[in-house]
Design a protein around this ligand. Structure first.
Ligand code: MSP
Length: 511
């Protein structure tokens, strides 16, 4: 069975999870479910990044012991992701001994290969990003564009990893492998970053400034820089979960990283060079999405006070509606999120489009033909055109999983919903039924709509799994099981005579 390994960034625990964190982790779940329906075995990881200066500051502010703080925050992130019906296989915590030992082992190896050296350094540090910044990284006011804060000057002795010599290798690599960084806008951004000289990478922090981190194995005055440690989770996760090289290699061969545009430098520059140094293959792709922005086009963050809490939103619109909003409305660039956009997606796309379709098709069938899927008669032009249209959508090739696929899937669902609603309206079975000898034709229309609903919700399963399975049960089709299946979605496969249940309003009016 084919193996795919999907990862999300691991999130800092200085914050409670907001809709931006939920976004990437939901996208990974959607991809996993798409692949699972294609018979692929996916190992999907998400989790928390528990080291570094800003986590340390939040732990101290909380008044709890650091370990207690980390445990609490990891529990919060994990439970929010579970509540959002995210089927991750491993919840990453960088405080695990296994991970820490792996990081130390890598540092030792690099040090003995003379790839790490010590030097005095002065630089501008953005605590929000946990990164040194060049002036070219800052906006016109000298502020970090993501955190809207002026970076602080840090002057200290640190350890550096020799990465500058890999700059031209990386440029060639990205230029040759056009699908490595997706979408292309970010590949271009990375190449633009690489137009400037690449400095060696500062991978330690003095304990006088940061204590929450992995001890440097060869110098007890330092901890490992949080990004160096965190990126290595992508390797240690496999090592901690699979014994032996063979499973590691199977998953590593099909590795897909997901993340927001804020982490392109770390993932598409530092991480790729780390892999080269460690003699590991590069990922199949790094899939980047834009940011959800609140009022004034500003990226959500705790410090700016403009976050959307996924659990509050869940209470209002339910898990599946959140998952649908995020997958259908995120673009490559910054995407707006606010209560009125969410409401309009819920009402127009979900309740009035696909929810209403299910309701009226089932109600009409139950009223006129009892609780069985009607046997269709001959298809006329109208049905044949609809079938061709559905078959075309079903042909979408997903051999290379990408974030674009989940966006396109969500939007195909809306297109199918509109098309089926239009077909139903145009065929107007409530008028047809009044005519003489029209029963067969009405049954054909109802069968076609119910079968279309089956196709629609089977397609929608990865995005709205609970609702999709509820609907499939209502129209007498099989639920999509939790296990890996090789499920070919096909038109015309709903069995006539299957029992239809009384429909429920799957997306009830918002109060
Ligand atoms: N700890 C690092 C990542 C280390 S990965 C080895 C980090 N953490 S973070 O908590 O800041 O999370 C950043 C990630 O959260 C983004 O890359 C993105 O996946 C997600 N998002 C955070 N805010 C977001 C939005 N406003 N919109 C969309 N996604 C965003 O960086």
């Amino acid at each position: 069975m084919k193996r795919v390994y999907i990862t999300t960034p691991i999130y800092y625990v200085n914050d409670d999870p907001h809709i931006g964190h939920a976004h990437t982790t939901i996208m990974g779940d959607i991809l996993k479910r798409i692949l699972k329906m294609r018979g692929v075995q996916v190992f999907y990881t998400t989790g928390v990044d528990e080291h570094g200066q800003k986590n340390q500051a939040s732990a101290h502010e909380s008044g709890f012991s650091v370990n207690n703080y980390l445990d609490q925050k990891a529990t919060v992130f994990k439970s929010v992701f579970e509540k959002l019906n995210i089927s991750f296989d491993f919840f990453v915590r960088t405080s695990r001994e296994g991970h820490k030992n792996y990081v130390k082992q890598v540092l030792d190896e690099l040090f003995s290969n003379k790839l790490i050296y010590k030097k005095y350094y002065e630089g501008l540090y953005c605590l929000g990003c946990e990164q040194f910044k060049k002036t070219s990284d800052l906006d016109e006011n000298g502020l970090c564009p993501d955190h809207k804060k002026e970076p602080e000057i840090q002057k200290e002795v640190n350890y550096f990893l020799k990465i500058s010599e890999y700059q031209s290798w990386l440029i060639n690599c990205i230029k040759k492998n056009k699908t490595l960084i997706q979408p292309t806008v970010y590949q271009k951004e990375v190449l633009a970053m690489l137009n400037e000289p690449l400095d060696d990478w500062c991978i330690s922090r003095p304990k006088s400034r940061v204590t929450l981190g992995i001890d440097f194995p060869f110098d007890s005055n330092f901890v490992t820089y949080v990004w160096f440690d965190a990126l290595l989770n992508y390797i240690s996760n496999l090592k901690l979960n699979f014994e032996g090289e063979s499973e590691f290699n199977n998953y590593w061969a099909n590795l897909i990283h997901l993340g927001g545009k804020d982490i392109i430098k770390t993932h598409c520059i530092y991480w790729l060079i780390m892999l080269k140094i460690l003699d590991l293959n590069l990922p199949k792709s790094i899939q980047i999405h834009g940011h959800w922005v609140g009022k004034g086009g500003i990226k959500m963050s705790k410090s700016l006070g403009n976050v959307i809490d996924p659990l509050k939103l869940q209470q209002r619109i339910g898990t599946d509606a959140i998952r649908f909003f995020l997958s259908s409305k995120m673009t490559n660039k910054d995407s707006r999120i606010n209560p009125s956009l969410i409401k309009s997606c819920y009402e127009n796309d979900l309740a009035n489009n696909i929810g209403n379709l299910l309701y009226r098709a089932c109600k009409f069938t139950l009223k006129n033909f009892g609780d069985k899927v009607p046997e269709p008669g001959d298809l006329i032009e109208r049905e044949k055109i609809l079938h061709l249209f559905l078959e075309k959508i079903l042909k979408v090739n997903i051999s290379q999983p990408s974030l674009k696929i989940s966006y396109e899937l969500a939007n195909s669902i809306l297109i199918i919903g509109n098309k089926l609603n239009k077909y139903f309206n145009d065929a107007a079975p409530w008028k047809l039924i009044k005519g003489k000898n029209k029963e067969k034709e009405v049954k054909t229309v109802l069968y076609t709509v119910l079968d279309g609903v089956k196709v629609l919700f089977e397609l929608a399963y990865p995005i709205i799994p609970n609702t999709a399975n509820e609907v499939l049960e209502i129209i007498g089709a099989n639920r999509i099981p939790d296990r890996i299946i090789n499920h070919n979605i096909q038109v015309g496969k709903l069995k006539p005579g299957s029992k239809i249940l009384s429909p429920k309003i799957i997306f009830p009016k918002l109060v």
